[in-house]
Design a protein. Sequence first.
Length: 324
Amino acid sequence: MARILTGIQSSGKPHLGNILGAMKPAIDLSNDPQNESFFFIADLHSLITIKDPQTRIDNTNAVAAAWLACGFNTEQNTFYRQSRIPEVCEMNWYLNCFAPFPMLANAHSFKDKSDRLSDVNAGLFTYPVLMACDILMYDANVVPVGKDQRQHLEITRDIANAFNNQYGEETFVIPEAQIGKEVMTIPGIDGQKMSKTYANTIDIFQADKPLRKNIMKIVTDSTPLEEPKDPDNDITFSLYSILADENQVEEMRQNYLGGNYGYGHAKQALYELILEKFAKERETYNYYMENPDLLEKELVKGEEKARVVAKDVLKRVKSTLGFI
Ligand code: ATP
Ligand code: MG
């Protein structure tokens, strides 16, 4: 049996990149009866960027509702908010003392975000250590994530191996990353990696009108309507290709190459496809967002289960370090 673990930060509303890159593949794995899954909402991580409590609570509920909307089975698995298992903060200190400074300073995500954000705090710097705690605290074997998290998984493995080697015993289970081959990094409406913190996301749960308005903002070049267009260098086409079936993709490719087909037409097709593909998810999401007490019930149920494992692993670490 493998223990699967993955999380989404509540740094914004969940988006198409989170859903295709992390949630759907993770839920597929969780449906295998051989697996046991721990899926959580990384609300402590989101404090790096979100300082307003109500915004963070709203985002946390949105991420939780998205997991349920995408079909996560909370009866068989464990579903929780990171902050409700405060043992992770104690573990964070221990592992901070095993995380080499240059390794954190060289992390791509830190370099990238520290260039863009005005608030470059120590939490941003030590983000990968808290992530290592999230994973190691629950003895996870497999961590399904998007390609952007590959390096953070390597950091987790390095910290765990260093710890195990130093103490000559297997305190930590060494996790493996699982990165879907087809779904790599989903581009945002500006062509960079779709990210909650870059304000370039497509929120598939938005109401029809704002969703359409947002899709119409996808950046394009200025090729006139009547001229042929290059499908292989266009964000709308690339998003459409990720969601559509082969025939639909081929049809749109021919439209691009043939001319007299505008980017507005392609965006409209993408919008309609999203409404069609995610109809059920949109309905379930709205149901949970309108019934926050049901969400809360789901999360509290999972927190009790998660805490049992976290306490046990923390005890193992403290005992190894001589703190018990
Ligand atoms: P932030 O901007 O706060 O870092 P994010 O949008 O990058 O947020 P995370 O919470 O960091 O989302 O990531 C949650 C999961 O979603 C991770 O497994 C990550 O690899 C995956 N993911 C995030 N963005 C994308 C993307 N554009 N394409 C594919 N997977 C993604
Ligand atoms: Mg991210």
